[in-house]
Design a protein around this ligand. Structure first.
Ligand code: OAD
Length: 241
């Protein structure tokens, strides 16, 4: 394929925690996942924040400590290389930056970014995490004079990036779901915005279903092996090769 062609197909990826599992980051709903040891309503909801902000900050301070040393895995790297052949948009529920660090150039974060902070007053202005603002405490103030918090979309909050994510999905020629249980909305509803003639692949070691696209093609493998297999299948399919 001519990599300069303006007609490159648009490949949209929806990734979840399983995408980063092989980089050593925990998923949420697996038996050893984060929600097995924490109450999601306490540590990742706006109500939890109002009840006990330091408990929420402690949870994300710990996530940041775990994040140090995590590197992109082969799955992330292969997805970035697909940009040689496709126009690729990654829509991720992950708050890590492993897609970007692997070289993907268009990444839409639905649930925020762990290594950024924001103030409680202004949801849109972000501040990169520095050694001084990596571990947050109640009383740490943003430049606007209000409490600093992680730039994370908690349960009970709006998901502003759904709009660009829906636009990308509606224009997708190929849609690939990787490492998500599809249990969290509105992210899971994105599949409902795919065109009927847009093939949907799903890479996950466990069977995952979508009522929006019961016809999805499952590659029942982990992220790295699964993306390798996807690349192989795409090369073999003339239309996409
Ligand atoms: P889940 O923990 O719900 O699902 C992770 C999925 O990854 C499961 O389907 C696993 O089978 C799969 N998985 C495990 N290991 C894998 C591997 N090596 N390769 C590929 N897949 C693997 O995580 P999410 O669906 O991402 O939101 O969760 C969605 C949202 O729920 C998160 O963004 C987070 C959470 O609460 C917030 O905190 C706002």
């Amino acid at each position: 394929m001519n990599t300069q062609s303006p007609k490159r197909p648009h490949l949209v990826v929806l990734s979840g925690a399983g995408m980063s599992a092989e980089s050593g980051l925990s998923t949420f709903r697996d038996s050893d996942g984060l929600w097995a040891g924490h109450d999601v309503q306490e540590v990742a909801s706006i109500e939890g924040w109002y009840r006990d902000p330091q408990c929420v900050l402690d949870f994300y301070n710990q996530r940041r400590r775990e994040f140090v040393g995590a590197d992109p895995n082969e799955g992330h790297r292969l997805l970035s290389r697909l940009e040689d052949y496709y126009r690729v948009t990654i829509v991720t529920q992950n708050v890590d930056d492993l897609h970007e660090r692997a070289g993907s150039s268009r990444v839409i974060h639905l649930h925020g970014e762990l290594m950024k902070n924001r103030s409680v007053r202004d949801p849109y202005t972000t501040y990169p995490v520095t050694p001084d603002t990596s571990a947050l405490h109640v009383g740490d103030m943003a430049p606007d004079g209000s409490q600093l918090r992680p730039f994370i979309v908690w349960f009970g909050e709006e998901v502003p990036n759904m709009i660009p994510a829906i636009e990308a999905t509606e224009g997708a020629d190929l849609f690939v779901v990787i490492g998500t249980s599809l249990e969290v909305y509105p992210a899971a509803a994105l599949l409902g915005y795919t065109r009927r003639d847009c093939p949907v692949f799903l890479i996950d070691p466990k069977p995952v279903h979508s009522t929006y696209r019961p016809d999805l093609i499952q590659i029942q493998k982990g992220a790295s092996e699964g993306v390798r297999e996807l690349c192989h299948r795409l090369r073999q399919t003339k239309e996409w090769g």
